[in-house]
Structure formats: C-alpha cells, structure tokens
Design a protein around this ligand. Structure first.
Ligand code: ADP
Ligand code: MG
Length: 583
C-alpha cells in the first residue's frame, strides 16, 4: 500500500527541512501536553497533604501558563509546516499530472472520459493531500502520543492502566467505521453539490429556450430534484456525525467509570495518591485523540493510496506518439509531402478509415481535398502533424521519414485549422498568439487582415484586447472560424492545413479570405478541405477521397472532364449552391 505513494518521495525529500521542523514541533507539543497532568498531580498532592502554599500554587499556575503558551506557538508552527507541505505536494502533483496529460496522444483521449480525468485531478489529489497532511499528523499522534500517554499511565499504576484500556479497541474500531462512512458521505455531498451547481448553471444558460417554450416548470423541476438529493445526502452525513460524538463520549465515560471505581479504591487503600488519581483521569482523556487518530489514519491512508493508484495509472501511461530516433531532424521544413501506401485504422474499428493512399505535394502547391462525409478527409489531414499515428515510412516530409523529424518541429511547421473551432475564454489577441513567443504586431495585423476579421474587431470596445467567450463578446460561428485561421496564419508556417475551416462564412467572404490567404501564402504548401466549388477550382491539384481511398487526382478541368466521382460531387454541390442562394 505504501508503495503507491512512491512518486511522492521526491516531494518529501524536497520539503525535508520544513517537514522535520514541523514534525519536531508536533512531537514537542505532544510531550508538553503530557506534563500538564503531572502539574495537576503535584498541586493536588500538595493540597491534600497540607503542604500547599500560595507561592507554590502560583508557581504551578505559571508553569501551566508557560506550557500552554509554548504549545500554542509550536502548534501554530507544525500546522503551518506540515499542512503547508501537504499543499505543496498537492500542487506539484497537479502540475505533474497536467504536464503528463499534455504529452499523451489523442488515442488516449478517445479512450478515457474527460469526467474521469477531472475526478483524478480534483478528488484524488485531494485524498492524497489529506493522507500526506492530516494523515501524517494522525499517524504520529496515534503512535507516539498514544504510547507515551499509556507510558505515563503505567507509571502511575500498571493494574489500573490495563483495566482502563479495555474500552480503547472499541474507540479505534468505531472511529475506523464511522470515518469511512463519513468520508463516503462527504464525497457524495460534494458530488451532488456539483450536480446542483451544474443544474442551476444549465437552467440559466438555457433560460431563453426555456422561456420560449414556456417550460419554466420543467426547468425548475430539474433544479429541485438535484437540490433534494443534495439535502438527502447532507442529512445522511449529518446522521453519521450525530452518531460519532455520542458513541465516543459513551466509550470515554466507560473508561472514566472504571477509573473511578478501581482507581478510587486504589486511592483509598493508599496505593496511589489523590493527585495520581486525578492525573490518571487527565491521561485517559488525553488518550482519546490518539485512539481516534489511529482509526482515522487507517482510512486516510487507504483512501490516499487508492487515489494514488489511480493517479499513477495516468502517470504510467506512455505517450504513444513521441520522437523515435535519438537525433530527430530539427532543421527548417520546406513543405514537400509524400504519402506512400498510407493505410490507417482507428483503434477498435474494423474498417480502415484510410486505404492505400499515395500522392506527392510539392512545396508551394495548393491542394484541395474533396469527398463525402466520412470519406477520411479529416483523418488524412491529422496524419501529417502526427495527431494520429501512422506506420513509419508511409509519410515523408521533404524526403525525410515523418517519424525522424522532431515532433515539435513537425507540429511547429504546420498551421492546422481543425473542423472544430476551439476558442479559449481570453482576449482575441491571446487566442491568436496562443502563448507563442516572438509574434510581432505586424504579423497579427496581417493575419487579421487576411482572415477578414480586422474590420469587425475594430468595432469591438477594446479591439483585439476584447474578451471572447464566457462573459466576453460572443462570436458567431463564422467569426470563430476566422479567428482560428488567424491563429494558424500568424506563425507563417511552411504548411497550412484548413479542414473545412470556412464552412460557416458566406461564399463571398470565403472567396475574399481565400484571396488574401493565398496571397500571403504564396510559395508555401496549403491543403484545403472545402465543399465550395469556387474554392476548389482555384487550387493547383484536387484529391478526391471516397470511403478512405484516393479515387481521383488532378486539376479541375481534367477531373471534371473525366466524368467520374469528382464530376458527381461537383454537380451535386453546384445544385446545392444554386438552391441556397442562386449564386
Ligand atoms: P471526413 O472528415 O471526410 O468527414 P473523417 O476522417 O472524419 O471523415 O472520418 C473517416 C472515418 O473514420 C469515418 O468512418 C469516421 O466514423 C471514422 N472516425 C473518425 N474519427 C474517429 C475516431 N476518433 N475514432 C474512431 N473512428 C473515427
Ligand atoms: Mg472531416
């Protein structure tokens, strides 16, 4: 079980000084606590034996104040250092998971649900933090303070100690059971709380449609339902809590009863002094926390290690797509793409999405890829930046096998506008620059100009510094697409890929964008997936895909004259465009 925590070792070593100071302070507080009953014993013995003086009592009182003060200071110190350490572990672990997740290939994300990853990043990290923070404290207190307290009790009277310890196993066991139940209840409450938040958020986000359909009662019902589950789970948790303290008090009072009965007799017989008798009761009280800690720590560590196992599951995941040779090519890329016998099949799929595709694109060529829905266009485009992994030798760039080129270099040399436009809730500028270094103002201007966004952005209150997305300016589908084109253009990459990137702008704008884009892209390689005839006709060469096969390739005139697949697609598209607007 402790082996699961191995990845945390480096953080324990890193924080060793703070941790050592924190744990020493904890032990010091524990030790000081144990002396208070000794002072009580001395004052009571002095009183009962008639040896007390005002001076003596004042001394004892001052000693207690001194101990209490020192304890307060060192308790502050250990809490700060030990819990601080746990927070540092949490942060380091979170960064490590996120960093690792970014190296993993798309195939990992096809396999694993986002919700599961979120749960790892939130709940599991929290469980690990608890285990390394309060878990460590409970372990130390349970063992050291527990044993030391029993030691002090034994010092007073062995027989009395043994008898009064009878209820203690029940305290440990009961804490174990109840904290497990409370942990489960607490997680359930957290879970339903996020469901409540989500249902309210969704109800508000969909308020327009709810009102339009007069479905307020339906919307309210959904919020009410999750709210009721939340209350039920909270009550469940409250029941466990309500059980815990009364039962604990019962056990500790049982111990107290034993001490009064047996210890009282020993006192009468003169085996122990009255002071010892009172001190013994104090020790018994002190013992409650270490006993509870032992029960609790078992859960904390069990849960922590289960969480650590799940986290290790992610950290052990090996990125499928990485550099494959020791010295991958890091030099400049001109943009020749040669594909030879490319076949690709998605994992867990029977039929290949791409079958035996062969073609060559020369640097500076502009290529159109056409084909029906599901013909493999997007898959083909994703093989070039190695977003999906092909076999070595199927693709060469500038004559170099794709797998021998540094992965960062490949991806850095390709501007890829995917079919889905993802806009981050940030400023327009940050969405375009995307954290890349050395982007000049001029290139931002040029990219905005080329993607026909410049004019619209000028009308935004803060220009390119306007926030977009949640709480910012809402962009239309076409604007989003143009923004992602600007993002791809800005680094002026040798290869540009536009996967159906202009489907949501009108034909006129598409033509304008294409004019300016191809103007600034002159001499560079461009691959464009589009359905618009005006776009397709302007390219140097057209690839026609059908069911994963490259069935035709050539320029528009030749392909059209051939009267095969291309002609069919072309005529169908022509009809559609005529129906849409007579254009
Ligand atoms: P297109 O872009 O031409 O519409 P795609 O390349 O997206 O076609 O899809 C080609 C085929 O691969 C389709 O049959 C599609 O269902 C399948 N496919 C696409 N993405 C995945 C995926 N992530 N997992 C499994 N199959 C996929
Ligand atoms: Mg597609």
């Amino acid at each position: 079980m402790l082996r699961d925590f191995k990845p945390l070792k480096i953080y324990f070593i890193e924080n060793r000084i703070a941790l050592a100071l924190g744990l020493s302070s904890l032990l010091l507080v524990d030790a000081l606590q144990l002396f208070i009953p000794r002072i009580i014993k001395k004052s009571i013995d002095a009183l009962t034996m008639g040896q007390a003086s005002v001076r003596l009592l004042l001394t004892y009182a001052l000693i207690i104040v001194g101990i209490a003060l020192t304890m307060a200071i060192f308790r502050y110190i250990w809490r700060y250092l030990v819990f601080g350490h746990a927070r540092k572990v949490e942060q380091a672990l979170r960064n490590r998971i996120y960093k690792h997740l970014q190296t993993l290939s798309l195939s990992f994300y096809w396999r694993v649900k986002t919700g599961d990853l979120m749960a790892r990043a939130v709940n599991d990290i929290d469980a690990v933090r608890m285990a390394t923070g309060i878990g460590l404290v409970a372990l130390t207190d349970g063992i050291v303070l527990g044993l030391a307290t029993i030691g002090f009790m034994l010092y007073i009277n062995v027989e009395l100690t043994l008898i009064s310890l009878i209820p203690t196993p029940f305290i440990v066991y009961f804490t174990l059971i109840i904290t497990r139940r409370m942990g489960k209840g607490f997680r359930q409450v957290q879970q339903t709380f996020s469901e409540v938040t989500e249902s309210v958020r969704e109800a508000l986000a969909g308020i327009r449609i709810t009102k339009a359909y007069n479905r307020q009662s339906w919307g309210h019902g959904r919020v009410k339902e999750t709210g009721e589950t939340y209350v039920r789970n909270n009550l469940e948790l409250a029941r466990s809590l309500a059980l815990f303290f009364p039962v604990m008090t019962l056990f500790t009072n049982l111990g107290l009863a034993i001490v009064i009965w047996i210890g009282g007799r020993l006192t009468i017989l003169g085996n122990i002094t009255t002071g010892d008798f009172v001190a013994f009761i104090s020790y018994l009280n002190l013992l409650t926390w270490p006993l509870m800690a032992l029960g609790w720590v078992t859960n904390l560590i069990q849960r922590g290690s289960a969480s650590m196992r799940r986290i290790n599951g992610i950290l052990d995941e090996v990125p499928e797509i990485t550099n494959q040779i020791a010295n991958p090519y890091k030099g400049p890329i001109r943009g020749k793409i040669a594909v030879n016998g490319l076949t690709y099949c998605y994992p867990q799929k029977e039929d290949p999405a791409l079958r035996d595709i062969t073609f060559t694109i020369e640097p500076g060529q502009t290529v159109a890829i056409v084909g029906g829905v599901g013909s493999g266009k997007s898959t083909l485009l994703q093989t070039i930046p190695r977003l999906v992994e092909t076999e070595r030798g199927m693709i060469h760039i500038d004559g170099i096998p794709l797998h021998d080129i540094d992965l960062t270099n490949v991806r850095g040399s390709i501007g890829f506008v995917t079919q889905e436009t993802h806009i981050f809730s940030d400023t327009i500028r940050n969405n375009i620059v995307f954290g890349r270094q050395g982007i000049s103002e001029d290139s931002i201007e040029i990219a905005l100009e080329a993607s026909q966004l410049a004019g619209e952005i000028d009308s935004f209150p803060q220009g390119t510094h306007s926030l977009v997305g949640e709480k910012g300016i809402m962009l239309s589908g076409g604007q989003r697409q143009r923004l992602t084109i600007a993002r791809a253009l800005i680094s002026n990459p040798p290869i540009l890929i536009l996967d159906d990137a202009l489907s949501q702008v009108d034909t006129g704008t598409e033509a304008a964008i294409l004019n300016s884009v191809l103007e600034i892209r002159r001499g560079k390689t461009n691959i464009i997936v589009s359905h618009r005839l005006s776009t397709i006709r302007r390219t140097d060469i057209i690839f026609v895909l059908k069911a994963g096969r490259l069935v035709e390739l050539g320029d528009h005139a030749t392909l059209f004259a051939a009267r095969r697949e291309y002609t069919r697609l072309y005529e169908r598209q022509q009809l559609r465009e005529e129906l849409e607007g007579g254009r």
